[in-house]
Design a protein around this ligand. Structure first.
Ligand SMILES: [Ca+2]
Ligand SMILES: [Ca+2]
Ligand SMILES: [Ca+2]
Length: 192
């Protein structure tokens, strides 16, 4: 049992990745940023990781994750408001609760970091609203309901490894508004 406890508490850098970011939810079809931003985490390692005490932060706010065991190959969502998230996406997507201040991801771009409880940075993504931009038009991840998805979950955090979620390409337009909300809790549509 001692050995198991040690393994669970040892989250090695690189095991956990920030796999998807909803930094600017569509205010028309989804809701306000302060309720419907979310970040998806993925366990790319071989061992179960306890998220308890881990810190998600941007340059101004930080939150501390509650107890949650994320299994290898699993996803979990850190939502600005779990209630608003479930109202939109349904009750079945894994969510980890948290304490502190929501990161309030800036729509012009921000830095989002995942750290261990002692402040060791596991992951840091510095994104801009230009990521996923398509030849002069704005990125669908910047307020149109698409997310930024990490393409290769074992690859780096640089811009070339991120793309707008693919649902944008086959979005349903209702009353002039595109409907697409990313892939929270599930394999990324851009995964390869
Ligand atoms: Ca935002
Ligand atoms: Ca928005
Ligand atoms: Ca996903």
């Amino acid at each position: 049992m001692m050995l198991l406890a040690v393994l669970i508490l040892t989250a090695l850098p690189g095991d956990l990745v920030i796999s998807e970011i909803m930094y600017n939810p569509d205010g028309t079809t989804m809701g306000p940023d302060e309720l419907l931003e979310w970040v998806e985490l993925y366990n790319a390692g071989d061992e179960t990781v306890d998220l308890d005490g881990m810190i998600l932060s941007d340059s101004s706010n930080q939150l501390v994750l509650d107890d949650y065991l994320i299994q290898p190959g699993e996803y979990v969502v850190v939502a600005a408001s779990s209630g608003a998230f479930m109202d939109l996406y349904g009750p079945d997507i894994p969510i980890v609760e948290w304490n502190g201040d929501w990161t309030k991801l800036r729509n012009s771009g921000d830095q989002i970091s995942l750290s261990t409880s002692d402040g060791t940075i596991i992951e840091s993504v510095i994104f801009s609203d230009g990521w996923g931009r398509d030849n002069g038009s704005g990125s669908p991840a910047d307020g149109d309901g698409s997310t930024l998805e990490r393409i290769d979950l074992l690859g780096g955090t640089e811009e070339s490894n991120w793309a707008p979620s693919e649902d944008w390409d086959h979005r349903i337009v209702t009353a002039g508004n595109p409907l697409c909300w990313g892939t929270p809790g599930a394999r990324n549509s851009r995964w390869r």
